[in-house]
Design a protein around this ligand. Structure first.
Ligand code: FYN
Ligand code: ADP
Length: 562
């Protein structure tokens, strides 16, 4: 005989799942124990949100759905933020939650942790399934995997009521009921006429631009994308998680001339990037409305993404690997002229200007450190270890790091993503370390770190090579706000001079305070060389930084006299 517990584990293992990001409790405690016994790695967290974030990051980093396992109602709800965030970011993950007894929940008779979890999860993910019979576990797992990774990737919810786990069935029949998913994320070839339309538009452009988004990084079409950029000679702009798809030092990168290229380009090819708020919806001043309308080519696996904000002249629907390969074939077949020199020359001029300005700022060595002088250290460390994964969250800490810290390899930068969410820091770091075995550097604002700080215990427990650098400027945005009415400190201010380093020490890791770039450099090098869990409390000038970093304009009070 077999039972629900074993069928769940066998179904996951059959599909190549190796790790569960979990938080044990009723009714899944034994499932986590049995999982370990059956050879799965169980990474056990202190809060489900971070287990969920880890699963989401694992999904992005591996292209396979990361699995998060939680208890019912409150545990499920804690995991839900991560599930919704994964869906928003197009990261594949599966949230598996135990749930209470259907009969009692549906009659609202007050079961232990009673909640209609399936109904609550549905609007926040790509698909949600509940399994009532052990014989259906195999189908449910197969459907969850396909839903997570096929088409536009995203989050999937799998509801497993407590009673399911102890249901028994004949072992041979149970084995036969499991499904090994064949080709879970099938290639989707673009239509030949759509390829020709895109090529014609690109060929006619005077000021073309390629915009790479995190979908391009996720697609793992690194060589094809690089060939497209280099064969066409078109300047490209990476969104934050597409940094490193080509090295940020690439001569065609227009990152340091961002405003200029967005404003001036006449044809923009979006590759796995949505025209959402991060790209000013493709409209307005950012896009140089005064310079005439732009024409867009958009490569995306989701057909309904087209025209979501502005008209897309040449939609190219398919997986990025297939679409870019088709474009490359078309380019190789014809005589492709490089973009006009006045366009590439003008970009180079803007880049040089911005880069010289940046170099001058980075060369300064103020005391206390500011964001620039501290990030200059991180910049050099990543240059020396381009295989390290950079996790980045915060406001100023995020915005400055994005432009200061160059990335050299694909999928090495994971950050707050489409929502600009805080609290991904430690969950993403755990997954990055577990899934890649590479050193992880988490650069977090002090506020952002607070959302997941307790997971430093998890990092210590599993002895993960994570170096957390907390940019400590005593508050949200900065530490100098004053409550005009007196009494409590201002809502954005924290305990001054907090010793985040002691949190890591509390669990046996290394905790260091760094007040100068030299101290920060030494501590980071030591952390990477040793692989020991490390937290560096980097003391940043509390007057440095601006409210909301580079997105100040989104505050409803921007422009209003306070
Ligand atoms: C970029 N830049 C550089 C370089 N790279 N200068 C010199 N050297 C290098 N290497 C320049 C770039 O040309 C821009 O100047 C400027 O630096 C900023 O570049 P960035 O960061 O790429 O662009 P920008 O305008 O900030 O991008 C807009 C955005 C971004 C919306 C995509 O702000 C973003 O991703 N924000 C996420 C914010 C978030 O989620 N926060 C969490 C919530 S915080 P110009 O070309 O002169 O403009 C809650 O408060
Ligand atoms: P960014 O925030 O970096 O601009 P977005 O998350 O907005 O990126 O966009 C990612 C896009 O990539 C989504 O619209 C998604 O549908 C698309 N996408 C993800 N994976 C693939 C893939 N393999 N092929 C094509 N498109 C993809």
């Amino acid at each position: 005989m077999t039972d629900g517990f074993h069928l769940v584990l066998d179904g996951l293992k059959l599909n190549g799942v190796e790790t569960l990001y979990a938080l044990p409790g009723i009714p899944i405690t034994d499932l986590t124990r049995m999982a370990q016994r059956e050879g799965l790695r169980v990474i056990s967290f202190r809060h489900e949100q971070h287990a969920g974030n880890a699963a989401a990051a694992a999904g992005f980093l591996t292209g396979k759905p990361g699995i998060c396992l939680t208890v019912s109602a409150p545990g499920f709800l804690n995991g839900l933020t991560a599930l919704a965030n994964a869906t928003t970011n197009c990261f594949p993950m599966i949230l598996i939650s135990g749930s209470s007894e259907r009969e009692i929940v549906d009659l609202q008779q007050g079961d232990y942790e009673e909640m209609d979890q399936l109904a609550i999860a549905k609007p926040l993910c790509k698909a949600a399934f509940r399994v009532l019979h052990a014989a259906d576990i195999g189908v449910a797992i197969a459907r969850a995997i396909r839903s997570a990774v096929s088409g536009r990737p995203g989050g999937v919810y799998l509801d497993l009521p407590a009673k399911l786990f102890s249901q028994t069935m004949d072992a041979a029949a149970g084995k036969a009921s499991l499904i090994k998913v064949v080709d879970p994320a099938p290639r989707q070839l673009p239509a030949p006429d759509a390829v020709q339309r895109a090529l014609a538009l690109l060929r006619g452009a005077k000021r073309p631009l390629i915009l790479l988004g995190k979908g391009a990084a996720y697609a793992r079409a690194d060589d094809e994308i690089r060939a497209l950029v280099e064969k066409t000679g078109i300047p490209y702009l990476p969104m934050s998680m597409a940094k490193g798809l080509l090295p940020d030092t690439h001569s065609q990168s227009a990152a340091a001339a961002r405003s200029y290229v967005l404003e001036q380009a006449d044809v923009v090819m979006l590759v796995g990037a949505r025209l959402n708020w991060l790209l000013s919806h493709g409209k307005g001043k950012t896009w140089g409305a005064a310079h005439g309308p732009k024409q867009f080519i958009q490569i995306d696996i989701s057909p309904t993404e087209m025209d979501s904000n502005v008209a897309i002249a040449a939609p190219l629907v398919g997986d990025i690997g297939s679409c870019v390969a088709a474009l490359n074939a078309g380019i190789a077949a014809g005589n492709w002229a490089k973009p006009p020199a006045d366009w590439t020359g003008a970009i180079a001029e803007r880049k040089d200007k911005n880069q010289s300005k940046m170099e001058a700022t980075l060369a300064a060595n103020p005391s206390p450190m500011n964001f620039h002088s501290a990030l200059n250290v991180v910049r050099k460390i990543i240059k020396a270890r381009p295989d390290a994964i950079l996790v980045n969250e915060g406001a100023n800490t995020l915005d400055f790091a994005r432009s200061i810290v160059d990335m050299y390899e694909p999928r090495k930068r994971i950050d707050v993503g489409t929502w600009g969410i805080m609290g991904i820091g430690m969950g993403f770091s755990v997954a990055a370390a577990v899934e890649t075995g590479k050193p992880v550097i988490a650069v977090c604002g002090d506020s952002a770190f607070g959302f997941s700080g307790m997971e430093v215990e998890t990092i210590c427990r599993y002895k993960l090579p994570v170096c957390v650098v907390v940019f400590n400027n005593n508050g949200v945005y900065k530490g100098t706000d004053v409550n005009a009415a007196g009494g409590d400190v201002a809502p954005t201010v924290f305990v001054k001079g907090a010793r985040y380093d002691l949190m890591m020490q509390a669990f046996g890791g290394v905790g260091v305070t760094a007040a100068t770039p030299a101290e920060l450099d030494a501590a980071m090098k030591e952390a990477i060389a040793s692989g020991n869990p490390t937290l560096i409390n980097a003391i940043i000038d509390e007057t440095a930084g601006t409210e909301s970093g580079r997105i100040t304009g989104l505050n409803p009070t921007a422009g209003v006299k306070k």
